[in-house]
Design a protein around this ligand. Sequence first.
Ligand SMILES: Nc1ncnc2c1ncn2[C@@H]1O[C@H](COP(=O)(O)OP(=O)(O)OP(=O)(O)O)[C@@H](O)[C@H]1O
Length: 551
Amino acid sequence: MSQIHFLVERALRFRTELARISALQAMGALTTLTLPWLAGQLLGGVVEARIGSTSTIVLALVALLILSTLFKISGAMVSARTSAVILAQLRLDTYRKIQRLPMKFHNRSNQGELLSLMTYEISRLSDFLTNTIATVPAMVLTAAGAIVILFVIDPLLALLIPILVPIFYILLRFSGRKLRANATKMRDAETEVFNKAEMHLEMLSATKAFAVEDTQFDLYTAAIEDARRKSALNEQINSVISPLVGLIAALAALTVILLGGLQIGEGGRTPGELFSALLYAALLTRPIGQMAELWGRLQLARGTLARLQAVITLEPEQGYDRGLLPDTVRGALAFRDVHFSYPGRQVTLRGANLEIAAGEVIAITGENGAGKSTLVNLLLRFYDADQGQITLDGTPIENLQVQALRRYIGYVPQRTMLFSGSLRENVVFGCPQASDEQIAEALRLSQAEAFVADLPKGLDTQIGDHGVRLSGGQCQRIALTRALLLHPQIIIFDEATSMFDLENEALFVKAIKGALSGQTVIIITHRRALLALADRIVKVVDGRFEEVAAS
Ligand SMILES: Nc1ncnc2c1ncn2[C@@H]1O[C@H](COP(=O)(O)OP(=O)(O)OP(=O)(O)O)[C@@H](O)[C@H]1O
């Protein structure tokens, strides 16, 4: 699908709003078109000293000026409102789509690029739809109206048009090509600034600790400089084109005056008609200038459209809209001859077999990079096995609706993911309806109870950007609370206590032992204390699972 087709498809979803803006602007254009004619009549009346007719014309002129202003005001108001609606809708659509794209996509895509697409690129596009596309009917109406009226006043004057059109065409084609080529580079450079800013802010403490502020500053300066150069080139092209279009249009208007002026007195034009013709010629320059601008903006919008199209047309994760929705699960898992490699990487799992009975507590160990977390990635269907099968209670997991599958699994990832907000919001992330009692119980099990109680506002303490920072071990305890609160049938701890002190880890093991009865538990760990929880220990070796005797 071409970008223009894609744009039309997006625009059609807002056809009512865009039609309203177009209609208001078209009515404004029609009103404006009558003004030069009336002005000519007024001049004629003044020259010929027809006082009676001039007062009627003045009244009509004032009324039409007011009307034209009213159309302009309401057009601008509707346009601003519509732009905001389109912006919100496009952002929601894109966010929804990005949420549903597979982890495969997210792991290889650039966060800064997605962020810039979802925020300022989309806002430019909504501006483009309301401020540019919706003004096309008014532009065309004004240009066509002025040409027709010029032709009626004097066919000779209107002959200027076929001479002007090819000049404009060549000019716009040339500038369009240059603008388009630069637009992609400009956007890439701007995205790089976004990326660098995001990355550098995230790395700020490391930057300070390694005292590399100057190096980081130089990298950021290079990105800023590149974006500035490319944006300056764009402005330069635009700043040549618009005045050039204006100059050509002004020269055309001058020709109108000369041709018309010569005809006065030879029984040709009246001064009033000449004045009207001059005003229509001047009026014609406005839509022509706007068209040049529209052309430039379209070249910029095409870059955004290409990126948006690339995201919107991607296939969402499989299993979102279809699949089995079991009412309950027992939690029996099986990996049968599972082979898997990440795109472009060496084989991680090669014929892995593992049976986990419902309610069993199994520990998975293995060297760094052996493939322990990969097992979770496959179980949660962040990735699909290349070969073999994974089943839950005997049903292949790809036959289940993917969100239903994930809701049966509580997952404490290796890298805790807390967001800036209150502790309570972080804890109830997957279970917003949890009661205070349930939260208290989960906090008790994860050994978070005491440190949360010590915070000045307890669970209502803000953490992250706007509040207190938590220690690594405290973050892990909150991540554990979040998963325990779900009471999932299957729970996975991926190095979930790696930052716990020994005493608290022992307390956690003691507390959790009784609490997990009936749940299938997968513990990925190198820590001895946690191994004590397991019924069985399995090691990942050479892409396969090997049973290990508990020591
Ligand atoms: N998203 C990914 N894309 C590409 N390769 C990956 C990805 N995640 C992991 N890998 C690679 O797959 C292999 C297995 O990684 P995995 O995270 O499963 O190891 P692990 O056993 O959990 O290691 P650790 O003990 O260090 O946590 C590693 O070589 C790793 O580099």
